[in-house]
Design a protein around this ligand. Structure first.
Ligand SMILES: Nc1ncnc2c1ncn2[C@@H]1O[C@H](COP(=O)(O)OP(=O)(O)OP(=O)(O)O)[C@@H](O)[C@H]1O
Length: 718
């Protein structure tokens, strides 16, 4: 038997041409059994720089590039790429593999020549533009392992884009390390981060001899090596990697991600990070690691919406075997509450949706006698709904007296007399609600908290570890529930959140519900989804606005970065809806024509309102463009361009997106602002800003924004 190692590049090549997969399977099984390799036609290219490099036959037209290392008894094959025949030979001749002499990271160097496209002028160092990597000198970068030529050039650059271009051919860890330094991460932190071995800080012994399998394994196990290379652990692992799509996230984690996934935590822990920084990926891997580490453990992976939970469930399938997966419950948090109540024999009551609840609050005010004229401030349905959810359910208030004593932190001031009257409205609301034989999700959550806390419960209601994705959207009652289902202790709650994407619930601080994470959190800043151009635009939407996370700390977008490059976002103003619609149709049609290798489902049009969504689907279809509504609970249907509300787009991603209807009247909707007070106005604007940020961070490659008339006040100028 031999050990097979995959490079990320190899995986990418297979993704581009799916027909290669079955042939790659043959190649890989032959290599791993290391028997009868004659059919593979292993050859060393002429003039090879590295005597261990070979090319192997995959099809008549394609060859794999690989290295053979180790000993006869303990052989390693490192698969680096699959290329058309001549390219493969050319690529292989120039490729070398090594352990980086500074930190032992496994590297394949393809071609030392750096891209010509750089307009590279040493004189620019003396221009007022500050080079990105000031104060570092090339020698300091070399000392942490950056290739000398790369280091020499990198220290002169003043533009992040040029830095990314410069790094295209470099080992991935070197590219991200340079980008980190450009974003003011200190040299010491970078050195530590990319110098770690899999179990902790880097060891002082640098592996060098790849004929010695121990040293090769040692180099491959470094966490920066695992950004680009994976040692295949047996047949089942290989099959999972080859089944379905080759998704890089399943295999190649950034050292920061790996550390978050693997390191045990003394108690609850929080991961913050902008859209696309891999929070969900970390959450899923962590669930699998915890379940694998302790075969007795039961794990809950939860999030706010049902469709996100469904997505998690389906993505998890590619990450672990059934025996592990069956101990990971994946559920929307409201679904969890319903399940707990149902298991305890509670009746299945129908749920009243938010808009209907607002109407019912209105009625409750009307039906409560003797409210004073001066009660206008708190008698609005929005105020009452928020008070009910945040204070009465959130703080588990069960009586008028308890409500009078409650401090209501973070809520507008009310006098004792006002509180007494408000409590009467709450009682009326409850009476009306149960009169309709309905309840709210948060009422069920509170009921479930009581059940989960009580002793003698079915063991099914208890978890050893709880992992939360999209934590910013959960309400107080949800946090109480999660606290109740997992005992405080090692690795109890692991929470991913992004305050900039809060669309539901209210801003809150989870320590009030018994979940303490202060001093135990980490921010992810490297964006894996979207290009630098799209990220830059989306981040500008949030400029000048303060965001506070679940531990009541600042959540900034500073230093968000991406190594991906693409076209600048396009903004397009129209005079009439007809014009805007035509522009959208033509844009989408062009995408379909130009990217025929992608399914129509890779493109999306995102809008604020449901009626606009439906109108656009009709317009696209009548113009002959295949289009499908992305339904609230549906999966992406690949045969049509996806048309979705921005809310529904949460947690999804597409190759290209048009974000449409971003006009002054529509985002935020002028009519809504007209009917609310100043405080609610600010809340609506804040939520719609987040919503626009969510929408603009969905595309991987291209973002187009359109509007009719004046642009929305939420768009950045220019
Ligand atoms: N280490 C990785 N290697 C390759 N791709 C990755 C990696 N980590 C994340 N990704 C990819 O980046 C994209 C964003 O990841 P993910 O959805 O986990 O981010 P997120 O922070 O949860 O985003 P959002 O907050 O917008 O939902 C996904 O396509 C994911 O597969």
């Amino acid at each position: 038997m031999a050990t097979v190692v995959f490079a990320k590049e190899f995986q990418k090549n297979l993704n581009v041409d799916g027909s290669l997969k079955p042939r790659a399977w043959d190649l890989l099984t032959k290599l791993s059994t290391d028997q009868d390799l004659t059919g593979l036609d292993l050859k060393m290219p002429k003039g090879a720089r590295d005597s261990r490099v070979r090319t192997a036959r995959v099809t008549d037209n394609h060859r794999a590039v690989l290295f053979a290392a180790g000993t006869a008894d303990d052989k390693y094959y490192v698969l680096v790429a699959i290329r058309p025949h001549d390219d493969a030979y050319e690529f292989a001749a120039k490729a070398t593999m090594r352990a980086n002499p500074a930190n032992g990271v496994f590297e394949v160097l393809h071609d030392q020549e750096l891209p010509e496209l750089l307009t590279f002028e040493e004189s620019r160092v003396s221009t007022p533009d500050r080079p990105l990597l000031v104060p570092y000198r090339a020698e300091e970068l070399e000392a942490i392992g950056i290739l000398p030529e790369l280091a020499r050039r990198a220290v002169l650059l003043t533009d992040e884009g040029e830095l990314t271009d410069l790094c295209i051919a470099a080992p991935e860890w070197q590219a991200t390390a340079l980008l980190d330094l450009a974003c003011d991460v200190s040299l010491d932190v970078v050195k530590e981060q990319y110098g770690r071995d899999s179990s902790g800080p880097g060891t002082s012994v640098i592996p060098a001899d790849f004929d010695d399998p121990t040293q090769l394994r040692e180099s491959l196990s470094r966490s920066a090596s695992r950004m680009e290379f994976v040692v295949v652990e047996g047949d089942e692992h290989l099959r999972r990697m080859l089944d379905g799509d080759f998704m890089a996230w399943r295999t190649f984690l950034h050292p920061d991600q790996r550390q978050l996934v693997e390191r045990p935590r003394k108690g609850s822990f929080r991961v913050t990070g902008g859209a696309g920084t891999g929070k969900t990926v970390v959450a899923m891997h962590r669930a699998v690691v915890l379940a694998t580490r302790n075969p007795e453990a039961r794990i809950l992976l939860t999030t706010y919406t049902k469709n996100l939970a469904n997505q998690l469930k389906s993505d998890l399938r590619g990450l672990a075997e059934q025996s592990v997966l069956q101990r990971i419950d994946v559920s929307g948090v409201d679904q969890l509450a319903r399940t707990i109540v149902a298991r305890a024999g509670g009746a299945r009551t129908r749920i009243m949706q938010d808009q209907d609840q607002l109407r019912l609050w209105h009625r409750a005010v009307e039906d409560t006698p003797d409210l004073a004229a001066g009660d206008d401030g708190w008698c609005t349905p929005h105020f009452l709904k928020a008070e009910y959810e945040q204070v009465i359910l959130g703080m588990e208030i069960r009586s008028a007296n308890a409500y009078l004593d409650e401090k209501r932190r973070g809520r507008p001031r009310l006098t004792r007399v006002q509180k007494t009257r408000l409590w009467r409205v709450v009682e009326k609301f409850r009476e009306l609600l149960s009169g309709q034989e309905k309840t709210t999700y948060l009422d069920i959550a509170v009921q479930a908290v009581g059940i989960a806390r009580s002793s003698g419960l079915p063991v099914l209601n208890r978890y050893d570890h709880v992992i939360v994705d999209e934590g910013q959207d959960l309400a107080a009652a949800h946090w109480r529930l999660l606290r109740a289902v997992v005992p405080a202790g090692l690795d109890d709650l692991f929470i991913c959140e992004d305050a900039h994407q809060r669309l539901y619930g209210d801003r809150l601080v989870i320590s009030r519900y018994g979940i303490e994470t202060r001093g135990r959190s980490q921010r992810l800043t490297l964006n894996y989804r979207t290009t630098r151009q799209v990220l830059g635009y989306a981040t500008r939407l949030l400029a000048g606005v303060d965001y506070i996370d679940l531990a009541d700390e600042d959540d900034s977008t500073e230093f968000y970065r991406s190594l991906l490059v693409g076209p600048e976002p396009i903004t397009h103003a129209s005079q009439t809806w007809q014009e805007e619609k035509n522009f959208i149709v033509e844009t989408v049609r062009r995408w379909l024509d130009e990217h025929q290798n992608q399914s129509p489902g890779a493109f999306a049009v995102l809008v604020h309102q449901v009626d606009l969504r439906d109108k656009l689907v009709r317009e696209l279809r009548s113009a002959g463009v295949p289009a499908a509504v992305l339904e609230p609970d549906g999966t992406v249907e690949a045969s049509g361009v996806q048309v979705a509300t921005m809310h529904r787009a949460k947690g999804t991603e597409f190759a290209r997106c048009v974000v449409a209807g971003v006009s002054e009247d529509m985002l935020p909707p002028r009519w809504r602002l007209a009917e609310v007070d100043e405080e609610q106005r600010e809340e609506i604007i804040a939520r719609d800003r987040n919503l626009l940020y969510v929408a603009c961070t969905r595309p991987r490659d291209q973002l187009v924004i359109t509007w009719t008339g004046r642009r929305s006040m939420l768009l950045p100028p220019g």
